[in-house]
Design a protein around this ligand. Structure first.
Ligand SMILES: *Cc1c(COP(=O)(O)O)cnc(C)c1O
Length: 415
């Protein structure tokens, strides 16, 4: 029987499966406005004189059952402050994922240290304890575990490995608010957990960040690292800088917005989890697709929904698969960051600085370093997720996936 035109994939002229745009939750509302008004009424926007940043730090630490939280100006600043606090120095090696934001990477280079890339798990999309272990050398001083899309990158096993070898474990939680492994919050399992409050993360202060730790000494160093090395502590023996730090301070405006956003975090995470878990259930087993795999014991926080096509089964590549889903009005993008971080010009050409030498120049970077990561980027697609997505959004998304999967896996999909 000939199928009617409406059941044709949209890329072949059918009616798109998605009939209305996805529902998105407004990010900011009266709660943020009230907080910002209070911040302005203080007559100062400086964290040390005002109350909002301190209140956010306290609430953030409590929320994560962490002893300390230190506010920063960005996720990149959080990673950098953590590396400074850990004492990372020129020539040290820091292990990191090749699939991440430059904010995980630049700070390593700023410390004069050498990024060493560990490969990723093909379906979990993060580094694992095995791939990190394979990248350890006697010069390894830190590991940055990137919990991509809110999927924990083996933090528990890595902490054991790190403690054994006297290595600092920093969890990059920029995409992992509300992520847990075996009930423990991501960010509290390593020595430090680094968060971002940029405009695109689960919660936002426009820009901003946070570092959490249970270690009192690291907390003191983190505070110095974000405040130019000046100590404002009452009992400080030395008020002037002892080691190199930066100005990564959060303003009271960001603290105010962050306080209102933190209140919304649980509901944001829960709604994303419900939607994405159901999506995974409903599209499981569709031919040509390989779904994202939560790590063992993980509660994933779904910053985005990353999946891959199976080139053994799909007759089309990731770009064509993306075009077909886009025709259904499902706004996926192929290849995520496009290529591994170590394939960026800054690594291929060792062009971090205009002149002089940097220890990373001795390292070889380029294609072939992490085959699983390169394969993943070639075949992956990203579906953006918003906590406002509805049941109708889900039903229509599932329908689009069903159609495009069938289209992609027939003998000659273009026919
Ligand atoms: C967003 C992000 C960062 C950087 O955060 P900024 O606030 O943009 O500096 C670092 N790591 C990861 C994994 C991120 O997604």
């Amino acid at each position: 029987m000939k199928s009617p035109a409406k059941d044709q994939p949209a890329i072949n002229g059918g009616t798109p499966a998605k009939t209305i745009p996805y529902t998105k939750q407004p990010k900011f509302g009266p709660e943020e406005l009230a907080q910002v008004q209070e911040a302005l009424d203080q007559g100062t926007l400086f964290y040390f004189f005002g109350k909002k940043v301190t209140a956010l730090e306290t609430a953030f630490a409590e929320k994560h059952w962490a002893k300390h939280a230190i506010a920063t100006s960005s996720g990149t600043a959080s990673i950098h402050a953590a590396l400074i606090a850990a004492g990372i120095s020129p020539g040290d090696e820091v292990i990191v994922s090749p699939i991440t934001d430059m904010g995980s990477i630049g700070p390593i280079l700023w410390q004069g240290a050498v990024p060493v890339f560990a490969d990723v798990h093909p379906t979990r999309h993060t580094t694992t304890v095995e791939t990190v272990q394979a990248a350890i050398t006697p010069r390894t001083r830190a590991i940055i575990a990137v919990h991509l899309w809110g999927n924990p990158a083996d933090p528990e096993q890595l902490r054991a490995l790190a403690d054994e070898r006297n290595i600092t474990l920093i969890e990059d939680c920029a995409q992992a608010y509300g992520c847990r492994q075996n009930g423990r919050w991501a960010g509290t399992i390593g020595h430090m957990g680094a968060f971002s409050l940029n405009d695109f993360k689960h919660i936002s202060a426009g820009d901003g960040g946070m570092v959490i730790t249970d270690d009192d000494d690291l907390a003191v160093r983190l505070r110095l690292a974000t405040d130019k090395g000046y100590s404002r502590a009452k009992d400080a023996a030395e008020r002037n800088p002892v080691f190199l730090c930066n100005n990564y301070r959060m303003t009271e405006l960001q603290g105010a917005v962050g306080l209102a956003q933190l209140e919304k975090m649980d509901s944001i995470i829960a709604r994303r989890q419900r939607w994405c878990d159901e999506l995974s259930r409903r599209i499981a087993g569709l031919p040509g697709l390989i779904l994202p795999e939560p790590a063992p014991g993980a509660e994933v926080s779904w910053w985005f929904y990353m999946f891959r096509i199976d080139p053994e089964v799909s007759q089309v590549d990731a770009d064509q698969f993306a075009a077909a889903l886009q025709a259904e009005q499902v706004p996926v993008a192929a290849h995520y960051i496009g290529r591994c971080v170590y394939e960026y010009p800054i690594f291929l050409n060792h062009s971090a600085f205009a002149r002089g030498s940097h220890p990373y120049e001795a390292a070889q970077y380029g294609k072939g370093l992490c085959p699983a990561a390169e394969d993943l980027l070639q075949h992956c697609l990203i579906l953006p997720i918003n906590e406002g997505y509805t049941q109708q959004d889900l039903e229509e998304t599932v329908k689009a996936f069903e159609r495009v999967s069938a289209w992609a896996c027939q003998k000659s999909p273009q026919a």
